[in-house]
Design a binder for this molecule. Structure first.
Ligand code: GTP
Ligand code: MG
Length: 168
């Protein structure tokens, strides 16, 4: 398997949106209700043999005091997942700020996905999928709702990014 392509992927988004939980679900197939808030950033890798891709994943910290570190992680990235919590309008607004920051300072070839996480909490929904889809369409993003808890759409999210990566 010498032709596995490495791809740097960064997760951005508000604290508590579920970045670490999505990564742990994807990489380890695990979920905990007691996930600790990330300090700085965490690094994990996962190979997807089907797409011959090795994701090198930077799971960043959403707390505001770590914001200035973010460029270190999105610079040189092939793809970004911007995560919000569907029960929080504020987290959706933060996601839009990340989109703007990537548009201003990121790589124009960056593949950007918008993940509306905590889809299992639909009873507490604050952000309609139609609103997020409309925003994603206007900004050239791939949009999907996910649940790190139930694992709904988590594989699809990462697979879609893998499919969109430029072929070596
Ligand atoms: P920071 O590291 O502080 O930026 O937060 P984060 O975006 O990494 O969020 P994290 O993964 O730590 O999740 C925050 C909380 O939300 C934890 O208590 C998780 O258990 C919970 N959580 C994450 N994803 C889901 C989900 O899909 N559904 C539900 N119900 N809870 C979730
Ligand atoms: Mg985290």
């Amino acid at each position: 398997q010498g032709n596995i392509q490495p791809a740097k992927l960064v997760l951005l988004g508000d604290m508590g949106a579920g970045k670490s939980s999505l990564v742990l679900r994807f990489v380890k197939g695990q979920f905990t209700d007691y996930q600790e808030s990330t300090i700085g950033a965490a690094f994990l890798t996962k190979t997807v043999p089907e797409f011959k891709v090795k994701f090198e994943i930077w799971d960043t910290a959403g707390q505001e005091r770590y914001h200035s570190l973010a460029p270190m992680y999105y610079r040189g990235a092939a793809a970004a997942i911007i995560v919000y919590d569907i029960t929080s309008t504020e987290s959706f607004n933060r996601a839009k700020n990340w989109v703007r920051e990537l548009q201003r300072q990121g790589n124009p070839d960056l593949i950007v996905a918008l993940a509306g996480n905590k889809a299992d909490l639909a009873g507490q929904r604050a952000v309609e999928p139609s609103e997020a889809q409309g925003y994603a369409d206007e900004n050239g993003l791939y949009f999907i709702e996910t649940s790190a808890k139930t694992s709904v759409n988590v594989g699809d999210l990462f697979n879609e990014i893998a499919k969109r990566l430029p072929k070596p």
